[in-house]
Design a protein around this ligand. Structure first.
Ligand code: ZN
Ligand code: ZN
Length: 506
């Protein structure tokens, strides 16, 4: 049973087959990366499993657009220093292309969700506050400030300051949330009085500010009727925000905390010089890969699959190099990527084909046809174009050197000196054994074995000779596929020249 079905079963057993709301939420303070995506994929898988089991369930995503900017991140210009403390929805887009800082990072994320075919209802925290959805929760929090402080002290072990308030008004002079202190309120008129570090004393409505994060989370559960929520394991630690949220939900808001699905992080594995390094993904430290960037290298179904295949309580080491290729192989054992011919040709083989075609699309089509595939229709052409683009991008950005090759324009003279006389004899025999028609990958593979046997040489020495004659290196992609993608006339000539050239040795 897939883990999502096990979790859905547990949810139904514990909470019943009622209507379920699965909630996710990410603060758009920087590029939303694949580490963040795990939360959405888990939520999506559990929602789908609940629906499979006949339960009405929906997936929501609350964009924490009203969270303040915590500090000036390295990717922000100097002048953003004065935006620290303001809500992300009220800060200008650092690149000037969207209506706010928050929207700048949300837009590519939503595009990615569309590509990943994840249907999700989006809510924005700033809109929820501004339209008064939180008013009841804010009133309750202000009236029960002491109980809240006590819960937070008991769960976190931290002392709450004398002037702590569960509500932070937005200063209408300096625009910051993090610098205001509540000095009083008027329940009848929904007003809150405050003082700000900037010296301003003002009054705001109960939509003109934000609840403290731990209180906000619990209030949101009730406001949106959340019953299930995946979250990073740090929130699940003793004294973490789920512990306090659960008590706040139950004791202050009389609401049962959602069924928790804590999950492990996605770690990024990469090479630094010769050393492999593993690090947590972090937008602010620059050790992340934005989702849209990974979607230039792998199709969305693979990105989804690589997260979906691992149980939430196991961490994922994301290695965009060879390990990613193995995951693609694993996926393609059961189903193809793309449509028609594109789906029939494995990704690994596309790596060979695009390199044989040297990035030329028409040549790629010729290569594919030569390999024995028939291409029909515009849809198939598009699917080929897409898969070829992924293959090229992966080769360029993440492929280890052994996956890259260059088909040599002419016989590489100096490399030929590395061939023994027996290898040359084998190449001659191979040249002579090439028929007029194209051979399939399997036929090529068998032919090499036949020639090796007839020449009395180890097959691996013949393979090596083939790679040297074509690629100027002693190893390469699967030889059958490589040869099947090339023109037989070209191969006959190339092996002929190679068998005659060089000084040779035995
Ligand atoms: Zn923008
Ligand atoms: Zn102020």
């Amino acid at each position: 049973m897939h883990w999502s079905h096990a979790i859905a079963k547990a949810i139904i057993a514990e909470r019943g087959a009622r209507r379920h709301v699965v909630a996710t939420g990410i603060t758009p303070s920087g590029d939303i990366h694949i580490g963040n995506l795990r939360e959405i994929i888990i939520g999506d898988a559990v929602r789908n499993a609940l629906v499979d089991m006949g339960v009405d369930a929906k997936l929501i995503y609350v964009a924490d657009t009203f969270d303040p900017l915590r500090r000036r991140y390295p990717f922000l210009p100097q002048e953003y220093e004065h935006h620290v403390g303001k809500p992300l929805s009220e800060i200008p887009d650092p690149e000037g292309c969207h209506s706010s800082y928050a929207e700048h990072f949300l837009a590519p994320f939503f595009e990615s969700l569309e590509l990943l075919d994840i249907r999700i209802e989006v809510l924005r925290a700033d809109v929820m506050y501004k339209t008064g959805l939180y008013v009841g929760a804010i009133k309750e929090a202000l009236l029960r400030r002491d109980n809240l402080a006590k819960i937070l002290e008991e769960t976190t072990g931290r002392h709450m300051p004398e002037n702590w308030s569960p509500f932070s008004p937005l200063c209408d002079v300096c625009g910051r949330l993090s610098t205001t202190v509540v000095t009083g309120y008027d329940m009848a008129n929904n007003e809150v009085y405050y003082e700000c570090e900037c010296g301003h004393r003002g009054v705001t409505t109960m939509g003109g500010g934000k609840l403290a994060w731990r209180v906000d989370w619990a209030a949101r559960w009730k406001i949106l009727g959340v019953t299930v929520e995946p979250f990073g394991k740090d929130h699940a630690a003793p004294g973490g925000s789920y512990d306090s949220g659960k008590r706040i939900a139950e004791e202050i808001y009389s609401y049962r905390a959602p069924y928790p699905i804590p999950f492990e992080h996605i770690l990024l594995k990469f090479k630094e010089g010769d050393k492999a390094r593993v690090t947590a993904m972090s937008s602010s430290r620059g050790t992340n890969i934005p989702i849209r960037e990974i979607l230039e290298v792998v199709p969305p179904e693979i990105l989804k699959y690589l997260i979906w295949r691992v149980r939430p309580d196991r961490h994922i080491e994301f290695d965009p190099s060879t390990a990613l290729l193995h995951i693609i192989d694993e996926y393609e054992r059961d189903r193809g990527i793309g449509k028609g011919v594109a789906a029939e040709i494995p990704f690994r083989h596309f790596l060979t084909l695009v390199q044989v075609a040297r990035g030329d699309f028409n040549e790629l089509l010729a290569v594919i046809r030569r390999s024995g595939y028939e291409i029909c229709g515009a849809e198939e052409l598009d699917a080929i174009r897409n898969k070829a683009r992924y293959a090229q991008n992966w080769l360029m950005r993440y492929a280890p050197p052994e996956y890259r090759f260059e088909l040599q324009e002419s016989v590489p003279e100096e490399a030929l000196n590395r061939l023994s006389d027996t290898q040359k004899r084998a190449l001659r025999m191979l040249a002579d054994a090439i028929p007029e028609r194209n051979l399939s990958a399997i036929e090529w593979h068998n032919k090499i074995y036949e020639v090796a046997a007839a020449a009395g040489v180890e097959p691996k020495r013949v393979f090596q000779a083939v790679y040297i004659a074509l690629l100027n290196k002693p190893s390469g992609p699967r030889a059958g596929w490589l040869l099947a993608s090339l023109d037989v006339e070209f191969l006959r000539e190339r092996f002929g020249i190679a068998s005659a050239g060089g000084s040779g040795h035995s």
